[in-house]
Design a protein around this ligand. Structure first.
Ligand SMILES: NC(=O)c1ccc[n+]([C@@H]2O[C@H](COP(=O)([O-])OP(=O)(O)OC[C@H]3O[C@@H](n4cnc5c(N)ncnc54)[C@H](OP(=O)(O)O)[C@@H]3O)[C@@H](O)[C@H]2O)c1
Length: 223
């Protein structure tokens, strides 16, 4: 297994914290990023309280991204473009994984927003053309990631991207969450479908009072 240095931008939120926890638990070095270094350090402590000895620290988003091989964007879509633009120097040439879901909510429930670039992941790629952007981890829920279950082995992490090596990193990082490689879902433009699919899951959750997930049938699995 390759050990990665992973920066989680917006890692103080439930999704970033949950992913950071799973990766640290799997042996990766994780830096939680935030607009406030103090908030990031507090989240890193929450994780190490659960995982004594895990390699998790916290700092500003820019310092976290500078030090990492892999940068994960775990921020709301609202403000996403400004944040990515501000981190352009730190994201250049890096593997950048976006789990950002641009969703709206109204009286009828959740829905996918129209994003001018097609998707949040494509927006990040357009803002930092040398970044090797991948979309992944859109459908694993924050409470489940932070929960007690060893692995979310009833779910799949769907991964899309245009850079094969970057996509391979995200496919491998899925093992920390589901215990198996992610599923290669295609090119980066597929992020538009992956991001908005989360609206379907939230809608199901509301009706069935559950936490639904995504699992793909019909593909080869290792024994
Ligand atoms: N929650 C889930 O179950 C879930 C599941 C799958 C995907 N996602 C996606 O993952 C992303 C993060 O979700 P979340 O629920 O963790 O979100 P969140 O709590 O709303 O935000 C995460 C962090 O982003 C930072 N942030 C907030 N507004 C910002 C802004 N305008 N500019 C820069 N940073 C900002 C905050 O950190 P600081 O204030 O410390 O900087 C915050 O703690 C979202 O795009 C969401 O769609 C969420």
């Amino acid at each position: 297994m390759t050990t990665y240095d992973i920066a989680v931008i917006g890692g103080t939120g439930p999704q970033g914290r949950g992913l950071a926890y799973r990766w640290a638990r799997h042996g990766h070095r994780v830096v939680v990023g935030s607009r406030s270094a103090e908030r990031a350090q507090a989240t890193a402590r929450e994780i190490t309280d659960r995982l004594p000895g895990a390699r998790v620290t916290g700092t500003s988003n820019a310092d976290a991204a500078s030090a990492a091989d892999v940068v994960v964007l775990a921020v709301p879509y609202d403000g996403h473009d400004e944040l990515v633009g501000a981190l352009a120097d730190q994201l250049a040439d890096k593997v950048v994984i976006s789990c950002v879901n641009p969703l709206g909510f109204d009286k009828q429930g959740p829905f996918g927003l129209d994003v001018p670039a097609g998707s949040a992941a494509q927006a990040a790629a357009a803002l930092v053309p040398t970044a090797r952007v991948v979309g992944a981890f859109h459908h694993v829920s924050a409470p489940t990631l932070w929960g007690e279950q060893d692995y979310l082995d009833h779910e799949d992490v769907l991964v899309c991207g245009d850079d094969g090596d970057a996509k391979a990193v995200a496919l491998e990082l899925a093992r920390a969450v589901t215990s198996r490689d992610g599923v290669d879902a295609g090119r980066l433009r597929i992020a538009r479908q992956l991001e908005t699919w989360t609206a379907v899951l939230i809608s199901i959750n509301k009706r069935y009072k559950t936490r639904s997930g995504t699992s793909i049938s019909g593909i080869p699995r290792p024994d």
